[in-house]
Design a protein around this ligand. Structure first.
Ligand code: HEC
Length: 157
């Protein structure tokens, strides 16, 4: 009888221990899943692709402002105040300021890292892409941004 009790206690102890092990494994798995999700989110926020790529949703935006002389003059005005120090007087990417060490894009070549359509360029200016190229949506009206799109596109022609 005594021996049976001991066996029983052992079985119960193993049973309890197994339960704890399963709980611990589940907790570890959950922590791992959270960590993976957090690092995935950090990657999308910080590592906007450096290779040329496109944004289909932004491509669908239509430029409502014709590239008239007036629009280009208005765009140039904003450009001088807000963009020239990095992108250079004529847009060759040769202004000498950048806060975070990024290389300002050259608007006179035909490389558009974030897409060449008016809608994509608009979205880059409005929402920003990097610590250097920040969004201007809080300082500029949409119309001003379209004028800037028209102006910087005129630099490559
Ligand atoms: C502090 C420096 C800085 C200022 C000011 C700045 N930019 Fe930029 N801009 C950058 C950098 C750096 C990049 C390259 C980002 C990258 O790594 O793709 C860039 C990229 C861009 C691009 C993307 C070009 C492409 O190839 O897709 C556009 C468009 C642009 N800037 C427009 C503007 C406009 C318009 C202004 C003014 C309203 C402006 N930027 C002000 C630094 C700046």
């Amino acid at each position: 009888m005594r021996r049976r009790n001991e066996d029983m206690n052992f079985v119960l102890a193993v049973h309890r221990w197994r339960g704890r092990l399963i709980a611990a494994a589940a907790a570890a798995g959950f922590a791992l899943a959270v960590a993976v999700q957090v690092s995935a989110a950090a990657a999308t926020a910080q590592e906007h692709p450096a290779e040329p790529h496109q944004h289909a949703d932004a491509q669908a935006l239509e430029n409502p402002v014709e590239p008239t002389r007036e629009s280009l003059v208005a765009g140039r005005q904003r450009y001088v105040f807000l963009c020239r120090q990095c992108h250079g007087n004529r847009g060759a990417g040769d202004g000498d300021m950048s806060h975070a060490g990024g290389i300002p894009s050259d608007f006179t070549d035909d490389v558009w890292t974030h897409g060449a359509s008016d809608g994509e360029i608009f979205t880059v200016i409005k929402e920003g892409v990097t610590a250097d190229m920040q969004g201007y949506g809080n300082q500029l009206r949409d119309e001003d941004i379209w004028n800037l799109v028209n102006y910087i596109k005129s630099l490559s022609r």
